[in-house]
Design a binder for this molecule. Structure first.
Ligand code: VG1
Ligand code: CO
Length: 545
């Protein structure tokens, strides 16, 4: 059998954003669109030829069709072996684990994460490299450059493979191994946590616990880990059936989209511990009775208590957080004399630090936390970590753990305000107003707070010295506060403006105030500087987390 070459012309805008190429399903269904991007990956990533590629996705609409196309193209492009998750399923952290465990040269992860799915929803594709993590900016840029010149793709004419059973099949000489999507991942997590202690906690009748898989990819993973391996009751995992359209919801684990779980746990106090994960299983939301854990605080708490967990008992090398993530982790790093790094938004920026052993834990304010066990953020890992902490500290609750943490390290009040689907020009102009004002801001005040620095964040990778500019506007009031503004790089409609607010409080007597009330002066300042609400005709943000 010889491959067929199909002539195509380049598609505009195949530039990966914060996390891969994300577009409306309709865009991806244009003839040749998916193929043009995938061929650009194969054309630029020479070590895939003769190598192993991992393939799977979050199960959203178009996942199965895309996988069949990629299999036929991979065979035509000289890939020797493909590991594909059964039914085309691999959560993002599981894909990372599989790449690492099987020494693959890379992986294609099909997901638009928390973006809605279905025929009118979003689809996405991301290339991960041999360390299991998202490709660096230089790699995605090379892929993008190739998409602007692509003139053909290579494919075998071959029937669809049966992906619903673990099996070994072939397309020409390429081996296609359909693997259990959970096995490698579950085996890896078992090496990190004290499963016996967690089992004992989960079985306690007074420990009311629930995990919401949001009809997304984590259902099978949560069932295996939480129910089969850790003995949780069957009804502890809800919405466990992955659906192509996520049941019509945003599979986004935050108080706005996991509304019911939030109400029952935080507002009504009917559960002691609740958690949710996103479309592709890399995000996590942690809730306790009467309290929601801010993702920035979650990273800080995990870092401060890591040695209680077997996988980290020997201590952690350091922590990293994305720039907009609150400096709660920095406070822990300073207190425990750990290295601490600030990177741009997006998991790809943690890869070099993890590979070099400079950090063990890392996280983002967007409900993402993980460690050196994989090169992606990992939702269920964070859930097991919290459960392990609670198991290791009998008598403590989520609320008491946070309380003790704030007393020791201070509290960073934190909130993110998203303005979604704003007209692109309006959004750009609003950010430009702030950007223009930055040089004049140091020395001026926001109420009592004095602005000490204001800039457009640029990052020099400490390992490979690569430079990334334009990573978000930040206004800093010493250790006291920050206001940050940036444009989302994952949306598919108009522009999403993210405003981030952080305020430090060291006095335990004032660590239990209303978050929005405390940051209100910062919110007013952001509006004065950007004019975003006025220009976009909005009375407030679409989503507050
Ligand atoms: C968002 C988050 C960022 C995260 C990215 C991918 O990006 O802010 O922290 O890494 O999504 O996460 P942006 O550019 O829209 O702000 V996921 O779970 O959507 O792959
Ligand atoms: Co995700």
């Amino acid at each position: 059998m010889s491959p067929r070459e199909v002539a195509i012309t380049p598609f505009e805008g195949q530039k990966p954003g914060t996390s891969g190429l994300r577009k409306k399903v309709n865009v991806f269904r244009q003839p040749g669109y998916l193929e043009a991007f995938v061929q650009s990956v194969f054309d630029t990533q020479a070590d895939l030829r003769g190598g192993t590629l991992v393939l799977g996705g979050d199960g959203r609409f178009f996942n199965r069709q895309a996988i069949q196309v990629i299999l036929r193209m991979a065979a035509a492009n000289g890939i020797a072996r493909i590991l594909v998750g059964r039914a085309g399923i691999l959560s993002t952290p599981a894909a990372s684990a599989v790449i690492r465990r099987h020494g693959a040269q890379g992986g294609l992860v099909l997901s638009a994460s928390h973006n809605p799915g279905g025929p009118d929803g979003d689809f996405g594709i991301k290339f991960n490299v041999g360390n299991g993590g998202p490709a660096s900016e230089s790699v995605t840029e090379a892929i993008y450059q190739r998409t602007t010149r692509i003139d053909r793709y290579r494919v075998f004419d071959y029937h669809d493979l049966d992906l619903d059973h673990v099996s070994l099949q072939h397309i020409n000489s390429m081996a296609v191994e359909v693997i259990d999507p959970v096995d490698d991942y579950a085996a890896l997590l078992e090496t990190l946590f004290d499963f016996d202690a967690i089992r004992a906690l989960i079985r306690r009748p007074d420990f009311r616990f629930r995990f919401d898989a949001m009809h997304a990819v984590t259902g099978p993973y949560a069932k295996r880990l939480l129910i089969e391996m850790l003995g949780a009751p069957h009804d502890a995992v809800i919405n466990a059936e992955p659906k192509e359209d996520f049941g019509g919801h945003h599979p986004d684990p935050n108080p706005a989209h996991a509304e019911e779980l939030y109400r029952e746990t935080v507002l009504e106090g009917r559960l002691d511990f609740a958690a949710a994960s996103d479309g592709d299983g890399d995000r996590n939301m942690i809730l306790g009775k009467d309290i929601a854990v801010s993702p920035s605080d979650s990273l800080a708490v995990l870092a401060a208590n890591a040695t209680l967990v077997p996988g980290y008992a020997k201590g952690i090398a350091g922590v990293a957080r994305s720039m907009p993530t609150s400096r709660a982790a920095d406070a822990v790093a300073a207190g425990l004399e750990l290295a601490c790094f600030e990177t741009p938004t997006g998991w790809k920026f943690f890869g070099n630090l993890l590979d070099a052993g400079r950090i063990t834990l890392c996280g983002e304010e967007s409900y993402g936390t993980s460690s050196a066990h994989v090169r992606e953020k990992d939702g269920l890992w964070a859930v097991l970590f919290w459960l392990n902490l609670l198991a290791a500290k009998p008598g403590e609750t989520v609320a008491s753990l946070l309380d003790a943490h704030w007393r020791r390290f201070g509290r960073h009040y934190y909130s993110r305000h998203d303005y979604e689907a704003v007209d692109g020009k309006v959004a750009a102009a609003a950010l430009q107003r702030l950007r223009d004002a930055l040089p004049g801001l140091p020395g001026s005040r926001i109420g009592e707070l004095v602005i000490t620095a204001a800039d457009d964040f640029a990052y020099t990778d400490p390992i490979d010295r690569s430079v990334s500019t334009g990573q978000g506007l930040r206004v800093v009031c010493g250790e006291q506060a920050r206001v940050i503004a940036r444009l989302s790089g994952t949306g598919t409609e108009g522009a999403t403006v993210r405003l981030y607010f952080e305020l430090f409080e060291s006095d335990p007597a004032h660590q239990h105030d209303d978050v929005q009330a405390r940051i209100a002066p910062l919110v007013d300042f952001a509006e004065r500087m950007t004019g975003l609400r006025a220009a976009s005709g909005r009375s407030g943000p679409d989503v507050v987390t």
